[in-house]
Design a protein around this ligand. Structure first.
Ligand SMILES: [Zn+2]
Length: 167
């Protein structure tokens, strides 16, 4: 039996992007559909509530000055990090929680507790560079989980990232 983990935390809704195309309605609509189809009652689905990633984990991909820049931007009320990435006061903590969710999915898969995972997380995280926000992404969740698994698990030497970005 294939076990699927669904990573979700209600704090993901606290990344307030206003009228931006990447907003909390994206997750709410998905959750509504999951509930309509009783996805969480399925015996092979595990709902996983993640913890925030540590700064050490974020630093596997991002430069310290950039992490600090994001934190300060959020502390000072939020705003635009680049031309299309906006943050609110809670976004820094939510971004740590998004990276933490990705890490937890990868870790549970490597440990064999799940076979695959669906990460219902935000802010999204695949366009951000080491020192820049890009394309609605604050931290690069997928790069962070890849580096984290390689660093922490002897049996993981490589991670293949197949990135299908459909808007
Ligand atoms: Zn994209």
């Amino acid at each position: 039996m294939v076990k699927t983990g669904i990573i979700y935390h209600e704090d993901y809704l606290k990344h307030d992007t206003g009228d931006h195309v990447e907003n909390k309605k994206r997750l709410i609509a998905t959750l509504d559909l999951f509930n309509e189809y009783k996805i969480f009652e399925h015996p092979n689905i595990i709902k996983i509530s993640p913890n925030p990633a540590s700064i050490k984990e974020i630093q596997r991909v991002h430069k310290a000055f950039y992490i600090e820049k994001v934190r300060e931007k959020c502390l000072s009320g939020g705003g635009w990090l680049d031309a299309d990435t906006i943050v609110s006061p809670d976004s820094y903590n939510v971004a740590l929680l998004a990276a933490g969710g990705a890490i937890q999915a990868g870790e549970m898969a490597v440990k064999g507790k799940i076979d695959n995972a669906f990460c219902l997380i935000r802010p999204p995280g695949h366009h951000a560079g080491p020192g820049v926000a890009r394309g609605f992404c604050v931290f690069n969740n997928i790069a962070i989980v890849a580096k984290s698994l390689i660093a922490r698990f002897e049996e993981v030497n490589k991670v293949l990232i197949f990135d299908h970005d459909a808007h």
